[in-house]
Design a protein around this ligand. Structure first.
Ligand code: C2E
Ligand code: MG
Ligand code: MG
Length: 683
């Protein structure tokens, strides 16, 4: 063999050995004549295992014969034979290979075939994946849009066009914010971009607009596609139109939580609200009232007029209940003819009672159905949380029990669960009933208590204090009936009456005793808020009786000035302009803000009797502080509840101006007061 042939042969061998393509030579019978390492490695055999074997060894059993026939056919015919084959590796793993064979003339004459093989299993698999992905993309129900790194649209799928109405041509290169509905909040997008930067992923609900302008709600998933270096390549958005689904969910939620007849929350929602309100109440340390309202004899309406009438009535009842409560209160229909009201932020039990009373009054008005008048009443049970029960089941039971008590008491009334509250309520109710009669039946009388000028010991003023001479119960203290008169509004009439009495009496004492004599009357906050004193007939009365205007002082409490509404402000102005003086009663028991003493031009400060009572304790410093402060602000001071000489002396010493109390006299009828003035004008 020539030297060059030798080199060629070596070179050929080393090419075969290193070539990354599988190469084999196969003879006519299909027997391997040569195999290179890559060929063996593709099939997982050693060269020894392959050489001398039929090349069909790597084919599945059933294809071996046809493959060999094809091989021989092509050997006969000549030409290239190429294609993809499914073969089985030595370890049983199925591969896809691409082979091509060409005739390979043998030195000894005749021809073998030279075969080269590429393992394309991986590519095949990828291709398949791509095909599946493309199918999904094309056929997906969800809309898909892809944007580039600058967030410009570069692809959309058919579902996108179906949902939005936009073809790719319409939106290609656009920024997806062209779809946004105007009412979307900015913070949603801010949150979205933040999440995309941090997690490369965001899911949420967004309102967008279709091409035809119609808004729709979509559930959108956004994913950021990054390259190996982490740089953003694409944003992929997948979304579906959930407008209908949302609507249905809302409908289902409404049906589950609201009553169809009245539109009120149902029992389910009621329990939720009760729970939430109870939590709030516990946090704030307040009380909450639960009112259970059961219509009396509702079944008869249903039975006699039919269910239509029944439903109409229930809806109207719901309406009336709504008008009787505040926005923060919850009303619910618990079922049948049973309603509930939750009253949070309850300061006094009477608040619940007032609502119950208004409810009863409102429901007792006739209802009209198809031109006919219907009447219905209700029984109301009131339980207070956490006062009556620390658990909500307990509270419901209590309210129920109270409601049955109201039914048993003759219906069309309310009942508290707690006997003491119920008793107090009954008492108030009696008082309220009796009060109306008392006004017309002149059972009231004004008593007067002297106010003494401390320096001179002279009686210079009187405070008018109302007494009720009840035909059965005797004298009733104002503290027991004034709150009821305030609740029922009777205080307006009563207050005017007291003022007229007091002014008339004042005129008498001014004439017969001392022209500079002065009179104090108490005004309820309710009078201040409801009355407009701009056109006060008392002022005219002062004039017609030729009294000095400053002869009259009105006493109000601190609470009125705190957050004073415009009406209160105006009224104070009117008093001030009319020269009528203003005193702060029971000073020191409320908010005691100094700011309003000046702001509202107050003339007197009446130190509450609790401080005077404690004048040998901390009361001393407090009284002194109030006197000094009042004088500094140009106010005079009246000490209330002076019962002992010691108290009087201490107050005199600290410079207090006036004193009032049992030491001098209780409040007494006018006649007794007159004789006191005549006998002991200096005390
Ligand atoms: P007030 O205006 O602070 O009246 C002083 C109360 O203290 C009076 O009670 C009086 O009898 C009592 N008092 C006076 N000196 C002493 C004392 O030395 N020791 C003790 N323990 N008590 C003393 P009264 O007459 O029962 O009136 C209670 C409250 O009812 C009054 O407090 C006032 O707020 C209100 N009131 C009375 N009359 C009227 C009225 O005509 N209209 C309004 N809106 N409220 C009135
Ligand atoms: Mg007073
Ligand atoms: Mg007082």
């Amino acid at each position: 063999m020539a030297e060059t042939d030798k080199i060629t042969e070596n070179m050929f061998q080393s090419i075969l050995n290193r070539c990354p393509v599988g190469i084999a030579v196969i003879d006519y019978d299909g027997i391997f004549v040569t195999v290179n390492p890559e060929y063996c490695s593709i099939y997982g055999y050693t060269p020894a295992q392959m050489l001398g074997q039929s090349f069909t060894m790597v084919f599945p059993e059933e294809t071996r014969a046809p493959v060999l026939a094809k091989h021989q056919h092509f050997l006969d015919e000549g030409g290239r034979l190429g294609g993809e084959w499914t073969v089985v590796r030595h370890d049983g793993i199925v591969l896809t290979v691409w082979t091509e064979s060409v005739p390979f003339p043998r030195a000894t004459g005749g021809a073998d075939r030279l075969v080269y093989v590429l393992n394309i299993t991986e590519q095949k698999r990828n291709q398949e994946q791509m095909r599946i992905a493309a199918t999904v993309y094309e056929t997906s129900h969800d809309a898909i849009m892809v944007t580039d790194a600058e967030n410009r649209l570069i692809a959309v799928n058919p579902a996108f066009t179906r949902v939005t109405g936009y073809d790719f041509a319409d939106v290609s290169g656009s920024h997806p914010d062209i779809f946004n509905a105007a009412n979307q909040e900015d913070c949603l997008y801010r949150d979205m971009w933040r999440r995309l930067h941090e997690d490369s992923f965001w899911i949420g609900e967004v309102w967008d607009r279709r091409k035809n302008g119609e808004p729709y709600l979509k559930e959108l998933t956004l994913t950021v596609v990054r390259d190996l270096t982490g740089k953003v390549q694409n944003y992929v958005g997948v979304f579906s139109d959930i407008t209908e689904r949302k609507k249905n969910e809302e409908l289902i939620w409404r049906q589950a939580n609201y009553d169809a007849v009245t539109g009120l929350p149902n029992r389910h929602m009621f329990h939720d609200r009760l729970e939430v309100t109870a939590q709030q109440v516990l946090r704030s340390g307040q009380n909450m009232a639960l009112l259970l309202i059961d219509l009396d004899h509702f079944k008869e309406v249903n039975d006699s007029l039919g269910h239509n009438a029944g439903d109409t009535l229930l809806a109207e009842v719901a309406h009336r209940i709504m008008r009787c409560v505040r926005g923060v209160d919850t009303i619910a229909r618990l079922g049948g003819d049973e309603f509930a009201v939750i009253i949070p932020e309850l300061n006094r039990p009477e608040q619940a009672e007032r609502i119950a009373r208004t409810l009863l009054a409102s429901l007792s008005q006739s209802f009209s159905f198809e031109g006919e008048a219907m009447f219905v009443t209700a029984s109301i049970g009131i339980a207070i949380f956490p006062h009556d029960s620390a658990s909500l089941e307990g509270l419901l039971r209590n309210a129920d029990q109270a409601m049955y008590a109201a039914k048993a008491a003759g219906r069309n009334c309310f009942s508290y669960f707690t006997p003491a509250l119920q008793e107090a309520a009954l008492n108030r109710m009696h008082i309220s009933n009796d009060l109306r009669r008392a006004i017309s039946g002149s059972q009231f009388q004004v008593y007067y208590q002297p106010i003494v000028h401390l320096h001179s010991g002279r009686v210079v003023k009187a405070e008018a204090l109302l007494r009720w001479n009840h035909p059965r119960n005797g004298i009733i203290e104002p503290m027991r009936f004034i709150p009821v008169a305030e609740d029922t509004g009777l205080i307006l009439q009563l207050g005017d009456w007291v003022a007229h009495q007091a002014i008339e009496q004042l005129a008498l004492w001014c004439r017969s005793y001392d022209p500079a004599f002065q009179m104090s009357i108490n005004l309820s906050p309710v009078q201040f808020r409801r009355n407009d004193f701009s056109n006060m007939d008392w002022v005219r009365e002062l004039e017609t009786r030729r009294l000095e205007k400053d002869a009259l002082t009105i006493e109000i409490t601190e609470g009125l000035l705190l957050n004073a509404e415009p009406r209160v402000n105006d009224n104070l102005m009117h008093f001030h302009e009319a020269g009528i003086q203003v005193a702060i009663d029971d000073f020191g028991t409320g908010y005691s803000s100094l700011a309003y003493l000046q702001k509202f031009d107050i003339d007197y400060l009446k130190i509450d009797r609790s401080f005077v009572e404690d004048i040998d304790g901390v009361g001393l410093d407090l009284c002194e502080a109030m006197v000094v402060m009042a004088h500094r602000l140009g106010l005079e001071v009246v000490a209330e509840g002076v019962e002992t000489r010691h108290q009087r002396d201490m107050l005199t010493e600290m410079g207090c101006d006036y004193a009032q109390g049992f030491l001098y006299s209780h409040a007494v009828p006018a006649r007794a007061f007159t004789s006191m003035l005549e006998t002991t004008p200096v005390m």
